[in-house]
Ligand binder design. Structure first.
Ligand code: C2E
Ligand code: CA
Ligand code: CA
Length: 622
């Protein structure tokens, strides 16, 4: 009897079912559909075999026609069910959920399916057996052919239409699966003794399993927890089907750079175990030392999170602390994209507990707007440099200026740096932005005009992130060479906080630049901790007194002697001083008498665009 292929198919299906059932899985819509498809495939194969046996029995031994016809019909009905499930599998994760047209498509599809199944059951069917050639025919079979064709073609069409949104692997797997089916049906149509369809559908399941539903791909090898990829699919599924959820993440924050590998692994394993023991909810390891657990219920999440926070001993013998990010209600975030942006932004937070509430989410949205603003400004060349001249007290002229960046909006309005530099530093955009700033300033210097009217040097603000460990001083060297600038015309302003963050990298970069002739000054002096280390151990020539510090001189009796003494010390160390934020004639006079070398402030000029700056130099540097 012609049932060898079907038996092989059953065996294959059995094997992947065992593999699939054995592994730990996430509750995903696609996964449920895959399970259904496997069941349908099983049923279909069994009825396929049964129908071949019964047709043979019926033709050669006169077995009951009614039973044989019913089994044949059930077989083709199950075949169509498989085609239908294939289409549902392809479209559920692709077609939009809420659009009216997509709802209509879904409804029509279901109606066609139901109608087709009823038709197949009531229409007459015939069958024949002649040696190895065994098949059914008649109106019922015709309906099954057309329905299968409809579903295979719709699945292929959906796959092609949503190609862009699909990972490449999914695209090929879907096409392979459906193509295989179509091919098998065609072969079987022309060579009826080759009963290939059942075999092709179980082989299709193998393709789907290996390429798309293979759970081991979502499992972290070390801890056995789910991976970041798994979280991504899981969260997208939840948002897609409108399922509200809660989540908490726990991160092991190491307090030193060096942690023993074995101790680290042990802490990771302990944490993983503790999280798994909290309950049946899925636990993910989303980074070497970051874990999260997803809950359906907010109260349960909060209770469990409190529990894990008390288990401090997970990191007991490590120089580390735990930090926790709670998302009590997934609906505060608009969708999976915002969800992952939120995670990405706040996972690194040093705060022990951070909760995703309206306020924090709004902050994220603001930050994102700023990020887009910077992106757009870079793309459309709307980054502008303003210049603020310094008065050189000894030489009674303006020979230095600070370059201060601005973004010009489309409507001409100016955005000040305070509104975007901190975000650029957080998002890493400071790198391309810093490059653009540097290029503009080098381009300005290369024209040589300002130098004609007495400008000797431009001071440029740089952030800690711009100092690269691998390519020291790259951001500066590139444009100095490109525009052929004399490096002595450039002075870089760094801050104490920047120097404190990455002292070694900073020093390495500074040395490389100083070798080329660039000088440095220390900005914002007098704010925060003014550690004497910074100007003793960093190769800076100029100290800039922050305007809060210079203002203090006039507002606070106690600051007076500090400031005067400081100027004295710095002079003894052979350094120059810039007093920032000088707005009145009185302030200017006091600073001059104190022996400050440079004065910067609105008293002389605000930061102004390039052309106004040139006009200023022409007017004031006779
Ligand atoms: P900063 O380096 O301390 O720059 C001095 C700030 O004080 C400038 O603000 C300047 O306009 C303002 N200022 C100058 N004189 C006076 C005055 O007499 N009174 C008052 N009230 N303010 C005065 P701006 O341009 O808004 O820049 C703010 C900060 O943005 C800068 O502080 C600097 O930290 C950062 N920044 C500006 N341009 C760049 C840049 O190209 N790169 C980087 N990384 N940061 C920049
Ligand atoms: Ca500055
Ligand atoms: Ca400053």
């Amino acid at each position: 009897m012609n049932i060898e292929l079907q038996c092989c198919a059953l065996f294959i299906l059995f094997t992947i079912s065992i593999m699939f059932l054995r592994e730990k899985k996430l509750d995903l819509m696609n996964r449920k559909l895959f399970q259904l498809a496997i069941c349908a495939c099983f049923a279909c194969l069994i009825f396929d075999i049964l129908s071949v046996i019964l047709i043979n029995l019926s033709v050669s031994r006169g077995f009951s026609t009614v039973i044989t016809e019913t089994v044949c019909k059930l077989y083709i009905m199950l075949l169509v069910l498989q085609g239908y499930l294939g289409y549902v599998y392809a479209s559920t994760s692709m077609l939009p959920r809420k659009k009216t047209w997509a709802k209509a498509v879904r409804l029509i599809c279901n109606l066609i399916f139901l109608g087709g199944e009823i038709l197949m059951f009531v229409l007459p069917i015939g069958y024949t057996a002649n040696g190895r050639i065994v098949y059914s025919y008649g109106p019922s079979t015709l309906v099954s052919y057309s329905m299968s064709a409809i579903y295979i073609l719709s699945t292929i069409a959906t796959t092609l239409a949503y190609k862009k949104q699909m990972p490449g692997r999914r695209f090929t797997a879907m096409l392979l699966w459906q193509g295989l089916w179509m091919l098998a049906a065609l072969i079987q149509f022309f060579c009826p003794e080759l009963l290939l369809v059942g075999f092709a559908s179980s082989f299709g399941m193998v393709i789907l399993y290996i390429q798309l539903e293979n759970p081991s791909e979502y499992i972290d090898g070390t801890t056995g927890l789910f991976t970041t990829n798994a979280l991504s699919v899981y969260v997208r599924d939840k948002y897609r089907f409108g399922k509200r959820f809660s989540m908490f993440t726990a991160k092991i924050h190491y307090l030193t750079n060096y942690v023993d590998y074995n101790m680290e692994q042990a802490a990771v394993m302990r944490t993983a175990k503790a999280l798994v023991s909290l309950g049946p909810e899925p636990v993910f390891r989303i980074d070497d030392d970051t874990f999260c657990v997803v809950y359906d219920d907010k109260e349960r999440m909060l209770e469990r999170a409190a529990n894990i926070k008390m288990q401090k001993d997970n990191v007991r013998d490590l120089p580390a602390k735990g930090t926790y990010l709670l998302i009590p209600d997934s609906t505060v975030l608009s969708g999976p994209d915002e969800f992952f942006r939120f995670l990405h932004t706040y996972l690194e937070s040093d705060q022990e507990i951070l909760t995703a509430d309206e306020e924090l989410v709004n902050k994220l949205r603001e930050q994102n707007k700023t990020k887009e603003l910077i992106e757009e400004a870079l793309l459309n060349d709307r980054v502008e440099i303003f210049y603020q001249p310094f008065y050189n007290v000894r030489e009674s002229r303006f020979n230095v200026a600070e370059a201060l960046v601005r973004i010009r909006l489309e409507n001409g309005e100016i955005v000040p740096p305070g509104a975007f530099i901190p975000v650029a530093e957080e998002t890493g955009q400071i790198i391309p932005l810093g490059m653009s700033i540097f290029e503009k300033i080098c381009s300005f210097l290369s024209k040589g005009e300002a130098q004609k009217y007495g400008l000797d040097q431009i001071e440029i603000n740089v952030s800690a992130a711009q100092f690269d460990y691998e390519n020291p001083a790259q951001f500066a060297s590139l444009y100095i060479d490109k525009y052929g600038i004399d490096p002595r015309q450039i002075n870089l302003e760094i801050t104490e906080t920047a120097a404190a963050k990455n002292h070694d990298i900073m020093l390495k970069n500074m040395t490389a630049l100083i070798d080329r002739g660039i000088t440095f000054s220390l900005d914002d002096f007098g704010t925060g901790r003014s550690n004497i280390d910074y100007f003793v151990n960093l190769p800076v020539k100029i100290i800039k007194f922050d305007y809060t510090f210079t203002r203090g001189f006039f507002d606070n009796e106690k600051i007076k002697p500090v400031l005067t003494g400081m100027v004295d010390i710095l002079h003894k160390m052979d350094m120059s001083v810039v007093a920032e934020g000088i707005e009145t004639e009185e302030q200017m006079k006091v600073m001059t008498e104190m022996g400050v070398e440079y004065i910067q402030g609105y008293y002389f000029s605000k930061p102004i665009p390039e052309n106004e700056f040139l006009a200023f130099l022409i007017k004031n540097n006779k």
